[in-house]
Write a protein that binds this ligand. Structure first.
Ligand SMILES: Cc1cc2nc3c(=O)[nH]c(=O)nc-3n(C[C@H](O)[C@H](O)[C@H](O)COP(=O)(O)OP(=O)(O)OC[C@H]3O[C@@H](n4cnc5c(N)ncnc54)[C@H](O)[C@@H]3O)c2cc1C
Length: 378
């Protein structure tokens, strides 16, 4: 696929700043269009939202309209990229959202009745059908909503795999340890005062919390949201799909309108942390589980145990046995549009002549990144 893209940037130079999934996908698509690319990253190893996420390529919860079509395009692009770069760990494993009661079942039925259910490859499963499709799920649930379009990648290794692929060509230069501290028309300036100029410059800085990059977005309609996550030691057995619980209906825009009408209010303290259960088995067998959603507060560095206890309980209930020991916990922050509209799904801003910034996709950034990068160069 990458070789079939029209070389509309042949002979041009593109500068990309930010080594997360946005920056890396922008570098990949600029190269595919024939440009030479200089890629700057502040840290020696990128450690932003991308490497902290579940790696879910999540189509099921996308809002009807442009968000869903962008997600479907991105899902197809992830699959194509995986053909060229298998080490990103893409698997088309689908997902099951497990349903606990009649109200959650009604949300699922109403989502199934929409015209786009086939695009998402939705299927309603009885509890028994759930256990046939995903035998590791032996817990308490009454049905499941299967989404055949959902997929996963290995977020901790994908960026490195993509860089290795790009470094195999001669038009890509990756410069780790270079912090962006200034911008002029068609150029960026790093902390050593070196200017990097290009026909196009794209800043993909994620949810930068301080410094020059944070000030770039100070007056923009973006908020920072912190999520808590954990990962277990390897599970005995294989989760054949990604897994969510019915609370996810409350938070994914593809379901949330229906959920507001049908579901009872989420009880406290789960509601205080906007908790849903998402669970993805890593290729090494451990389970990545989460997540909470809280406004980012300056100076906050701890991860709280109480919300993670609720998430661990939810996972235990669905899997039906004690979880393997939690091996690690972390938190991560993403940038989200304050008021996303059906047509504005992420944030793009012109910073100077030939210099734009892309961020703000919130909890769908891993999913959408290739389609957003494609749009940037179309
Ligand atoms: C815990 C968590 C779970 C999530 N789960 C999912 C999921 O399963 N599926 C999904 O679709 N989305 C998910 N998301 C959202 C997704 O991870 C983000 O939207 C996406 O990773 C954003 O990518 P990014 O490249 O913009 O940001 P980042 O990955 O944060 O990368 C930004 C990079 O820019 C660099 N940078 C910043 N400032 C400078 C500077 N001044 N100079 C040079 N470099 C700089 C940073 O060091 C960083 O490496 C999750 C997010 C979190 C936090």
């Amino acid at each position: 696929m990458l070789n079939d893209i029209e070389a509309t940037l042949e002979g041009q130079r593109v500068v990309v700043v930010g080594g997360g999934v946005f920056g890396t996908m922008h570098a990949l698509f600029a190269l595919a269009r024939g440009a030479s690319v200089v890629h700057l990253e502040r840290d020696l190893v990128p450690s932003g939202a991308t490497v902290r996420n579940f790696g879910l390529i999540w189509v099921s919860g996308r809002a009807v309209g442009r968000e869903l079509s962008l997600a479907l395009r991105a899902r197809a692009l992830w699959e194509d990229v995986a053909c060229e770069v298998p080490d990103i760990g893409f698997r088309a494993n689908g997902s099951i959202t497990l349903i606990d009661d009649e109200r959650e079942l009604e949300v699922a039925h109403r989502a199934m009745a929409r015209g786009d259910a086939d695009d998402r490859q939705f299927e309603m499963l009885t509890a028994q059908e759930v256990t046939v499709r995903n035998p590791a799920l032996q817990g308490r649930f009454s049905a499941g909503l299967y989404c055949g379009r959902d997929a996963a990648v290995e977020s901790r290794v994908a960026l490195g795999a993509l860089r290795t692929y790009m470094e195999n060509g001669r038009r890509y230069e990756y410069l780790a340890g270079h912090e962006l501290v200034g911008v002029t028309d068609h150029a960026v300036i790093d902390h050593r005062g070196v200017h990097y100029g290009g026909d196009h410059v794209v800043l993909c800085l994620g949810a930068t919390l301080s410094g020059f990059a944070a000030e770039l977005f100070e007056d923009d309609p973006l908020r920072k949201v912190r999520l808590n996550m954990a990962e277990t030691e390897p599970l005995e057995g294989t989760l054949t799909t990604s897994v969510a619980n019915g609370d996810s209906f409350r938070y994914y825009p593809g379901f949330s309108e229906i959920a507001r009408e049908v579901l009872e209010e989420q009880p406290s303290p789960a509601a205080d942390y906007a908790i849903q259960l998402l669970c993805q088995q890593r290729l090494h067998g451990g389970l990545t589980i989460g997540d909470t959603h809280e406004p980012e507060v300056p100076g906050l560095f701890e991860t709280l145990d109480r919300p993670m206890d609720i998430i661990e309980d939810a996972a235990r209930r669905l899997i039906g046995k004690a979880l393997p020991r939690i091996e690690r916990r972390w938190s991560g922050v993403y940038h989200q549009l304050v008021d996303p509209t059906p047509n504005q799904i992420y944030f793009r801003k012109q910073i100077a002549g030939g210099v734009s910034a892309v961020t703000g996709a919130g909890g769908r950034g891993m999913t959408l990144a290739p389609a957003i990068a494609e749009e940037s160069f179309q």
